[in-house]
Design a binder for this molecule. Structure first.
Ligand SMILES: [Mn+2]
Length: 227
């Protein structure tokens, strides 16, 4: 079975309860569509756990990318004024939910730090899978339909900050599964639930904002929710 979850944002308890609730088997795959870290407290704990599981496949979200950028910068030999320059560059990330990620990271051993950085670096940007006779395109987000249809010209950044057109069916033969935008912002009636419309499946239910963590099984479209 193939599962997809997104925007866990440091909600370690919900993440563990989800894995238990879907009864993830070694032969199953759980795709995590980005934004594992930031906002919530325990993004680093989730990364350490995901790293140990061969059947959990991470994709890159904007928060994972920005965290990687600044955590890696910290490992460089800065001194004097450069420290303040780095701090200044980093301020927007910290204000946008990065603070708990940084605080947890600096408490790791050197070996764990290296492991977390190389893990974050390994995240791919999208995956295409087949399940239950259907095709799925998985990424943190996608750009608009027109951009998506000139796929070869796309920049990878468009899969971490793009703005999907949820009212447009992008492809007749493929579902687009994304996170990034809490479903309540797409359609207030879908708040806290998975949003499905025109072959879009939007799965960021807003777990870090007090809503459930949602997950979809692609084989049969069964939805799972944990609080
Ligand atoms: Mn995002």
């Amino acid at each position: 079975m193939i599962y997809a979850v997104s925007d866990i944002h440091g909600c370690y308890g919900k993440y563990l309860r989800l894995i238990e609730s879907i009864d993830l088997r070694p032969e199953d795959t759980l795709y995590v569509l980005g934004d594992v870290v930031d906002r919530g407290e325990q993004g680093i704990d989730i990364l350490l756990d995901m790293q140990k599981r061969k059947n959990v496949v991470p994709l890159r979200g904007n928060h994972d990318f920005i965290a990687l950028r600044y955590l890696r910068a910290m490992e460089l030999p800065y001194d004097g004024e450069e420290v303040w320059e780095l701090a200044d560059n980093c301020r927007m990330w910290l204000a946008d939910g990065g603070a708990p990620t940084l605080e947890a990271y600096i408490r790791l051993s050197d070996r764990e730090k290296r492991g977390v950085l190389s893990y974050l670096r390994s995240f791919s940007v999208y995956e295409e899978v087949e399940a239950g006779g259907n095709r799925f395109f998985l990424s943190h987000t996608v750009p608009d339909k027109k951009r998506m249809q000139s796929f070869d010209t796309l920049l990878w950044q468009e899969f971490i900050v793009g703005e999907p057109e949820y009212d447009e069916e992008y492809f007749p033969d493929r579902y687009i599964v994304t996170g990034h935008t809490p479903t309540g912002l797409i359609d207030p009636a879908s708040s806290g639930r998975i949003f499905r419309h025109k072959r879009h499946i939007a799965i960021d239910c807003g777990a870090v904002f007090g809503k459930p963590l949602g997950c979809i099984r692609l084989d049969d479209f069964k939805e799972f929710y944990v609080d």
